[in-house]
Write a protein that binds this ligand. Structure first.
Ligand code: TRP
Length: 333
C-alpha cells in the first residue's frame, strides 16, 4: 500500500503530535511504501517569517528522524521540493466548486475565530488534495480533524476524472488513527494553540515540570480514584506497556496513591521514550549534511512519481509544456 501523510512545520511538535500521528507514521514504515513530507507550503498560510519557516522545516525533519523514522524505509521530504504539487493544486481548483471549499469546517472554524482568511487558507484543501493525488496514494493516516479534507480530496479526484473522461487520479482512503484524544495539561485536547502542550524536545527538567502541572481532581490521597477520567492516566495509557497500565489502574482503584506519584510515574515513561530521541536529535543537529541528504534523496524518488502522474494529468486536460531544459541541470534541494 502507498501511504502518505503531511506534517505542518508551524511550531514545536508536542506529545499530542507524536501520539496522535507521528508514532503511527513510524509504525507504518515497516510494511508499507511510505511518503511523509513536511508541508512547508501549507505553513506559509500561518508562518510568514523566512528565517522561522526555514528553522521549523528543518525541525520537523530532525524530530521525525530522532523519533525513529528510518530513511531507508520511508521517504521523508519537503513539500517544496516537489513543485508539481502547486501545479496540480491549480488544476484541481479549476474543477472544484467554491461551494465545496466553503463547506470546509476547519476553514469555517478559523474564520469564526476571527482570522481574516487569505486565498491560501481558503484553498488549503486544494493543495492538500494535490499532495495526496500526485502520488496516487492509497492510505492517508490522519487525525479526525483532517477526515473532511480527505473526503474533499476524493471528491476532487472524481471531478477531475469525470471532467476529462479518464481515470487519472486515484481516490485515497483516510486511515484514522485509533488513538483517543491526547489531553493537554489542562485536560482539553493537546494543541499548540491552547498553550497546554507538553513539547517533545524541551529539556528533561522542563518536561517534568509540565507533567507535574497536569490538572487533576481533588480526590484525597487515601480515596480510590477513577482512572477513566484522569488526564495523567490517559497519557500514561498511551505510553506505558500494557502490564504497567493495568498495575497503575489497580492502584487508582485501590486508593492510597496521590496524583503526584502517578505524575512521577508518567514522567518516567515519557523520559523512556523521549530521552533516547533527545540524544539522537542532538547528534543529528550536528550533522546537517546528513539530514539534507535524507531529504533530497527522498525528494528525488517522490518527484519521479509526481512527474509521471503530472504527465498524465496534463495530457488528460490538454496542457502542453515545452520541457525547456534548465541551463545547468535541475537543482533539487
Ligand atoms: N493539513 C494537515 C494537518 O494540518 C497537513 C497536511 C498537508 C496533510 N498536506 C497533507 C496531511 C496531505 C495528509 C495528507 O495536519
Amino acid at each position: 500500500m502507498r501511504v502518505l501523510s503531511g506534517i505542518q512545520s508551524s511550531g514545536k511538535l508536542h506529545l499530542g503530535n507524536y501520539l496522535g500521528a507521528m508514532r503511527q507514521h513510524i509504525e507504518l514504515q515497516e510494511p508499507h511504501d511510505c511518503f511523509f513530507f513536511i508541508a512547508n507550503y501549507h505553513s506559509l498560510t500561518t508562518v510568514q517569517d523566512a528565517k522561522l519557516l526555514r528553522q521549523l522545516t528543518l525541525d520537523v525533519a530532525l524530530d521525525y528522524l530522532a523519533l525513529g523514522l528510518d530513511p531507508n524505509k520511508a521517504k521523508l521530504f519537503r513539500q517544496s521540493d516537489i513543485p508539481e504539487v502547486t501545479e496540480l493544486a491549480w488544476i484541481l481548483s479549476t474543477v472544484t466548486g467554491m461551494g465545496l471549499l466553503e463547506r470546509a469546517t476547519s476553514y469555517k472554524d478559523k474564520v469564526a475565530k476571527g482570522i481574516s482568511p487569505s486565498m491560501g487558507l481558503f484553498g488549503y484543501p486544494l493543495l492538500m488534495a494535490a499532495d495526496i493525488l500526485i502520488y496516487r496514494s492509497d492510505w492517508v493516516p490522519v487525525g479526525k480533524d483532517q477526515v473532511q479534507h480527505i473526503e474533499m480530496t476524493q471528491d476532487m479526484a472524481g471531478y477531475f476524472n469525470t471532467t476529462f473522461g479518464r481515470e487519472v487520479l486515484k481516490r485515497p482512503e483516510a486511515k484514522l488513527n485509533e488513538a483517543m484524544i491526547v489531553p493537554g495539561v489542562d485536560g482539553q485536547k493537546m494543541s499548540k494553540s491552547y498553550g497546554n502542550a507538553i513539547n517533545l524536545f524541551d529539556s528533561p527538567a522542563e518536561t517534568k515540570k509540565r507533567i507535574m502541572s497536569i490538572k487533576t481532581d481533588s480526590t484525597p490521597v487515601a480515596d480510590p480514584k477513577n482512572p477513566e477520567t484522569c488526564n495523567v492516566f490517559a497519557l500514561y495509557r498511551l505510553l506505558a506497556r500494557p502490564d504497567e497500565v493495568s498495575a497503575l489502574r489497580e492502584r487508582y482503584l485501590k486508593g492510597g496513591m496521590g496524583y503526584g506519584e502517578a505524575k512521577t510515574m508518567l514522567a518516567e515513561v515519557v523520559e523512556c521514550v523521549l530521552g533516547p530521541a533527545r540524544q539522537r536529535r542532538e547528534a543529528l543537529v550536528k550533522d546537517p549534511s546528513y539530514v539534507q541528504d535524507v531529504l533530497v534523496t527522498a525528494a528525488r524518488k517522490a518527484r519521479a512519481v509526481a512527474q509521471e502522474v503530472m504527465e498524465d494529468v496534463r495530457d488528460a486536460c490538454g496542457i502542453v509544456t515545452a520541457r525547456i531544459p534548465l541551463p545547468s541541470g535541475e537543482r533539487v534541494g
